[in-house]
Design a protein around this ligand. Sequence first.
Ligand SMILES: *Cc1c(COP(=O)(O)O)cnc(C)c1O
Length: 427
Amino acid sequence: MVTGTSLSDVFPLGSRVNELGRLEVGGCDTLELAREFGTPAYVVAEEDLRARARAFLAAGAAAGQADFHVVFASKAFPCTAVLALFAQEGLWCDVASGGELHLALGAGFPPARIVVHGNAKSEAELRAALAHRVGLIVLDNFDEIDRLERLLGERVDAADAQPVLVRVTPDVEGETHEKISTGQADSKFGFSLAQAREALARVREHGGLSLRGLHAHIGSQLLTLEPFARAAEELAKLGEFPVWDLGGGLGVRYTSAQAPPPSIERYVQQIVHAARSHGQGGEHRLLIEPGRALSANAGVTLYTVQSVKQNVSRWVAVDGGMSDNLRPMLYGAPYEAHVADRLEGTTPCVLAGKHCESGDVIAREALLDDPRPGDVIVTPATGAYGYAMANNYNGAPRPPVIFAREGDAREVVRRESFEDLTARDVG
Ligand SMILES: *Cc1c(COP(=O)(O)O)cnc(C)c1O
């Protein structure tokens, strides 16, 4: 790879190979980052996060949608620094638990810009949402409506009502992995179209709830835009509403071998068009909830090679794995990998983690340049659902999060210590 050439868009914006032949992210040399902060480590290009947030907002404006809001699905990267950055950029925040609500509030999201999700919201979670007067609660099931009605018993003043959306599963299947497909009729999320009519009637009867509109999230890692138009068509059967929230799901590119997903601009344009052509025009409010499309490609993970062995395959084992990136094991998600100072490789390797499971493989078909113990390995596109699903399997302390920007690196989440592993022990 020629020095200074720009890299595939799987890497964070602005990544490059520097004069020493090393990968640079956010202007920082990844070998130096590995030395300074240790490995494994999540490295995030701050400017990449900002650029994507701005691209979504600009796309809404370009599509002529005045009342358009981008709601970050916080589960994709539930860390204060990331949330605070998006709050600063004017985004809203989607939370699906009391813990995520706590994180969003702590990161500075005004409650009015918080959307509360969940298919099993507890009474405590609903109480917290009401107490903070969040912008929207997305209703998922009849039991939750009952619970809210009970909690709101005394709140009957219309000016005081809690704004809500009704989550509908429009029976549209995106072409994606079963475990991240959510729009089918027999889903654990939301109301079927038929049930939704009853839910809407129930909500309308209750003075404590202010029905604002509908929500649909048809699935994740969608690489075509037709499912969004079909979802809009289904939602429109329930009538016109002040607000539509069409969920997240725009796919991202995890490896250079994959075709690029639709651009943010095209996706937003299509979403706006889909809403408009079903009666939800410019005078209505439109929300979308991107998660991975905002953060996945902003992040990379750095590892250090511990051992290399050859049997049928060439096994390259690193100091992390399923404790910092569960996606390959959960969904068979593909990743590419590179030696950080010799990015172009041709030797087929299996990039394995350090955990006591044969399934602990980060990349089954990595092409690496003669990897040796001590080499720093980088896996791009780990900025979504990596940190979020990190765990302490095999007593692995969870990695730090490093923000890199214009050559400056700062730790925004420190590495867990062994002491952290026993910090909750009692007695
Ligand atoms: C997971 C989720 C999202 C975000 O999904 P991405 O694929 O990361 O964009 C948005 N909305 C809801 C309700 C979700 O469950």
